[in-house]
Design a protein around this ligand. Structure first.
Ligand SMILES: CC(C)(COP(=O)(O)OP(=O)(O)OC[C@H]1O[C@@H](n2cnc3c(N)ncnc32)[C@H](O)[C@@H]1OP(=O)(O)O)[C@@H](O)C(=O)NCCC(=O)NCCS
Length: 179
């Protein structure tokens, strides 16, 4: 297995690439109204399947994408977190995103997963900057961005008049940068 495809792990979480067989757990999570409060609407099963395919494509072309989060030791599905290229206000950026199943909210999982993803973005993928887009009323998501050291940079308006705070993080790319 190529290093880029290896799971990203901490003591209690494992982030791995999505597979087609993950569709049931993903579709159930993103089809739920409460989970999707800060999205335009819940996603259909077909949209969830297309999203897995999108990520499979990203793994192949970029090495990264959005990873499924499993809780150790039983590898239970708890959500997803990852990075993807994004055109934001005419600038090419890499966006980090997080989504935790509501059964596991407020246990520090999004913060821990996002910390792992920021580390991987810097050390595995050599990225220098990440952005996160968060609705101003989404306190939990804003806290995740702040917990991983992202700074509020500006506000913007996304598709369908969706307001968002743009958080940004400058990453330390490799240990060699320290010298
Ligand atoms: C946003 C989300 C990922 C947070 O996941 P989580 O695992 O509960 O986050 P954490 O446990 O790491 O908590 C981060 C902080 O948010 C706070 N928080 C969590 N849920 C909260 C809530 N419902 N209301 C207010 N604060 C909340 C935590 O107390 C913690 O605060 P602290 O840093 O001051 O201690 C989760 O609510 C979620 O998946 N929501 C649905 C999907 C979504 O909206 N994704 C983000 C799109 S921008």
């Amino acid at each position: 297995m190529d290093v880029a495809s290896e799971p990203i792990v901490s003591e209690r979480l494992r982030l791995r690439e999505f597979r087609d067989a993950d569709l049931d757990v993903l579709a159930a999570m993103v089809g739920d109204d409460e989970q999707m409060t800060f999205y335009p609407r819940p996603k259909t099963r077909d949209e969830a399947a297309a999203w897995i395919r999108l990520n499979t494509g990203l793994y192949a072309t970029h090495g990264f994408g959005t990873w499924l989060i499993e809780a150790l030791p039983d590898l239970r599905f708890v959500g997803y977190c990852g990075i993807r290229p994004l055109e934001l206000d005419q600038v090419s950026e890499i966006e980090i995103g997080w989504h935790v199943h509501k059964r596991f909210w407020k246990q520090g999982i999004a913060t821990e997963a996002a910390t792992l993803v920021c580390d991987a973005a810097a050390t595995r993928f050599g990225l220098a900057r990440l952005v996160a887009l968060v609705h101003p009323d989404h306190t939990a998501s804003r806290r995740v961005a702040e917990n991983v050291g992202m700074r509020r940079e500006r506000t913007t308006v996304l598709e369908a008049d969706y307001p968002a705070i743009v958080y940004a993080a400058a990453l330390r790319r490799t240990q060699a940068d320290d010298s």
